[in-house]
Each structure stands twice: as structure tokens, then as C-alpha cells.
Design a binder for this molecule. Structure first.
Ligand SMILES: Nc1ncnc2c1ncn2[C@@H]1O[C@H](COP(=O)(O)OP(=O)(O)OP(=O)(O)O)[C@@H](O)[C@H]1O
Ligand SMILES: [Mg+2]
Length: 314
């Protein structure tokens, strides 16, 4: 079956950028031309917060799953050696033979590694602990910060049929996260409304600015998502109000919900584990809010094309 070929822009060298945490992490890199960000081309979203345990993986998995359920094809990229996004959609890092590591070191292409999930239209580029080694192995490579961008770009050129790509990042601003920021059009920041939540945010925004001024000028903040929100907690409201003064925040708030924390141990996104839970409702609402900004309502033809692309892969 004929695959829709994605129109993509050219890559070109740009000035060197610097990450404050890793001053040598970003070499002279490449970026996508303006054509990549026009409507109809895949949108790449990095889910980033260097703070651990704030709901990055839960958000990446369940937002991607909810977008796929809306019949908009998605690729979830696991950029964390913990492999939580992979196991969260039922792909165990322990039994995975080829992973994103093989792509990053140039031993495999995206389609050699990608795995279909139980949700039609949702694929995963899985990670294993091998990914830890990538940071070290790539240290002398001049294109080390733009490896992921290159992998995605060439997959799109070969017709990879995804409309949205969500990258789950590790809790650091090291080379793996920098790769995600160089590859992405947008950054989505899950934020837990607690006392220290704002502390790292300035540093994160500073890093995003530096990547924007360097290797990826088109990078933009998609918005902050308030996670594990407890409406009975006054501090949560105070933090939320403060954040809204300074940043774009999604209206859909993710409540603390035990079903969301149970779902990964069953290898399922919440929409397959408990579609009636408050957590599922919240992620479906977040997906609708996200898609409203990116998918025109009269987009049925594109959805059909994307479904045809799915058929072509199987
Ligand atoms: N809304 C929620 N309600 C209840 N539990 C949640 C919610 N969101 C996440 N959790 C749980 O909190 C823990 C941390 O979430 P998650 O793994 O998504 O965070 P993370 O930012 O990806 O962590 P890391 O920085 O280690 O990658 C997990 O056990 C997860 O199941
Ligand atoms: Mg995680």
C-alpha cells in the first residue's frame, strides 16, 4: 500500500549552543527548516522536567494514548534509560532486544526498532538500560546533541505515518534531554504543585532559551500540565496560581488518582486499564485541549490518510 510521504524541510548547520548544566553538551547542530513546523507535518513534543517523579512518564504515556484513541496517530519515544514509558505501554525493557540506543549510535533505523502497542495508532520507540551508555559513547561525536532529531527527520522522509511524537525525558538536563529539546517543536512541562516545584522551573526555561538561541530556534513551550493535583491542599492552589502568572498552563488538571499509579504495573495506559477513572477523564480532556490547538476540526481526511498509513505498516 502506498504510504503518504511527509513533506519535510532541509537540515542545515547552525551556531553552537550551550546548556548551563552541560556546557559542552550541544555541539554545532542541525535544525529543521521552517517547512517542518507548518500544518500537516508531524509535531514533536518533548515532555521535560529535570525534577524526578513529577509525572513526566505518566503524562507522556497517557497523553499519547489519548491522542491515539482520538484516531490521530502517535509515536511515543522513550528517552529515559529507566524504560518506564516502554513498560507503561506493555513493552518490557527486559525482553526488548533492540531499542532507541541502537538508533542513537547509528546501528538501526526507527522502523527497525519501533513496536506497535495495544492501542491502534500508538507506536513506541522503546528504551532499555543500554541508553545510559549512549551518553558516554556519543561524547566525542560532533552531532551528539542532534542524533534524535536526525533519526526522526529521516524516518519522516521515508514516510513514517505519525502526526504527533511525544518524547518522555529522563529527570535531568543531560545529553538525552538535550537531544529531545533539539528534536522538538514544543516542550510540555508536567509540574507537581508542591513547595519546590518552582525552583527548577527557571533553570529549565533558561535551558530551553539556550537551545532556542542555539541549535533549535523553533522550540517553544507548549504549556505546563499540573499533575497529581489535590484540590484540598491549599499549597497546591497557591503554587498553581503563581505558575499561571508566569507560564502558559493547560486548563486540564491531572488529579492524584490511584488508578493512574496502578496502570503501569499492568503495562497499560489508563484508557485501557480504567477508562471510567478520574485520571482517564483528565488525560482525555488534556488530549482534547492539546489537539484543539493543533488538529483543525475539518481534519477527517487527514485522519483517514493516517489510518491508511497505519495499515501500510502492518
Ligand atoms: N496523577 C497521578 N496520580 C497518582 N499517581 C501518579 C499520578 N501521576 C503519576 N503518578 C505516580 O507517581 C510516580 C511518578 O510518576 P512518573 O513516573 O510519571 O514521574 P516521572 O516524572 O516520569 O518520574 P522520573 O523523573 O523518575 O522519570 C509513579 O509511581 C506514578 O505512577
Ligand atoms: Mg519518567
Amino acid at each position: 500500500m502506498h504510504k503518504k510521504r511527509t513533506k519535510v524541510g532541509e537540515w542545515r548547520a547552525v551556531d553552537e549552543g550551550v546548556c548551563p548544566a552541560h556546557p559542552h553538551a550541544i555541539p554545532a547542530a542541525v535544525r529543521m527548516s521552517e517547512a517542518q513546523s507548518t500544518a500537516g507535518t508531524p509535531l514533536i513534543v518533548a515532555v521535560v522536567n529535570q525534577k524526578g517523579g513529577v509525572g513526566k512518564t505518566t503524562t507522556a504515556v497517557n497523553l499519547a494514548a489519548s491522542v491515539a484513541v482520538a484516531e490521530v496517530s502517535c509515536l511515543l519515544v522513550d528517552m529515559d534509560p529507566q524504560g518506564n514509558a516502554s513498560s507503561g505501554v506493555g513493552v518490557s525493557p527486559r525482553t526488548t532486544t533492540r531499542s532507541i540506543y541502537d538508533c542513537l549510535i547509528g546501528k538501526a533505523q526507527l522502523e527497525d526498532v519501533v513496536v506497535h502497542t495495544a492501542i491502534p495508532g500508538l507506536d513506541i520507540l522503546p528504551a532499555t538500560q543500554d541508553l545510559v551508555a549512549a551518553e558516554i559513547e556519543l561524547i566525542d561525536e560532533t552531532d551528539r546533541a542532534s542524533r534524535l532529531a536526525g533519526i526522526l527527520q529521516s524516518a519522516f522522509e521515508r514516510g513514517a505515518p505519525y502526526r504527533h511524537v511525544f518524547i518522555d525525558c529522563p529527570p535531568s538536563l543531560g545529553l538525552l534531554t538535550v537531544n529531545a529539546l533539539v528534536a522538538a517543536h514544543r516542550v510540555l512541562v508536567p509540574l507537581q504543585c508542591e513547595y519546590y516545584a518552582l525552583e527548577g522551573l527557571t533553570y529549565l526555561m533558561d535551558t530551553i532559551d539556550r537551545v532556542k538561541r542555539g541549535p533549535n530556534p523553533q522550540l517553544d513551550v507548549e504549556g505546563l500540565v499540573l499533575t497529581m493535583f489535590d484540590p484540598r491542599n491549599n499549597l497546591a492552589h497557591q503554587v498553581a496560581d503563581e505558575v499561571k502568572k508566569h507560564f502558559r498552563v493547560f486548563e486540564s488538571v491531572i488529579p492524584r488518582n490511584v488508578r493512574l499509579s496502578e496502570a503501569p504495573s499492568h503495562g497499560k495506559p489508563i484508557v485501557l486499564y480504567d477508562a471510567k477513572s478520574k485520571g482517564c477523564e483528565a488525560y482525555l480532556a488534556l488530549a482534547a485541549e492539546y489537539l484543539a490547538g493543533h488538529e483543525p476540526k475539518s481534519d477527517k481526511n487527514d485522519k483517514k490518510k493516517s489510518a491508511a498509513g497505519k495499515g501500510a505498516r502492518s
